[in-house]
Design a binder for this molecule. Structure first.
Ligand SMILES: [Zn+2]
Length: 124
């Protein structure tokens, strides 16, 4: 699809239609978590710190050592377990911090996810 066609397709319909169209065409990490971008996500009513941490995990942009190192704010990209500490690593694979429900479980925002976020000693 060329740019002209893409733009005209994106600008037709209601604002919600435009939003859905743009979401579908966007390249967003973990985009599969959001089926309909016009609907509030689980945790929308969380206290701000929890809501922020949840969204940083959803978008893989938490303040993990990998990103802090990339931005010159950490001496090492490594986690306490020795692997590269990405947001996904913290949530899904780290033997020190892993959440049993994984990324999907954090996204869904149940009681276990809230407890895990509150007890995590990494401020995402
Ligand atoms: Zn680790």
């Amino acid at each position: 699809m060329n740019m002209q066609t893409r733009q005209s397709a994106a600008y037709q319909g209601t604002t919600e239609d435009k939003w859905k169209s743009r979401w579908k065409d966007a390249e967003v990490k973990n985009a599969e978590l959001v089926v309909d971008p016009t609907q509030k996500l689980p945790g929308f009513d969380f206290p701000r710190a929890l809501w922020t941490a949840t969204n940083r995990i959803r978008t893989a942009n938490g303040r993990c050592n990998h990103l802090l190192h990339k931005w010159g704010m950490s001496e090492s990209p490594l986690c306490g377990c020795g692997d590269i500490q990405t947001t996904r690593h913290i949530v899904e694979t780290c033997p020190l911090t892993k959440f049993d429900g994984g990324l999907r479980g954090i996204h869904e925002g149940g009681e276990n996810a809230i407890e895990w976020l509150e007890n995590l000693d990494i401020r995402l």
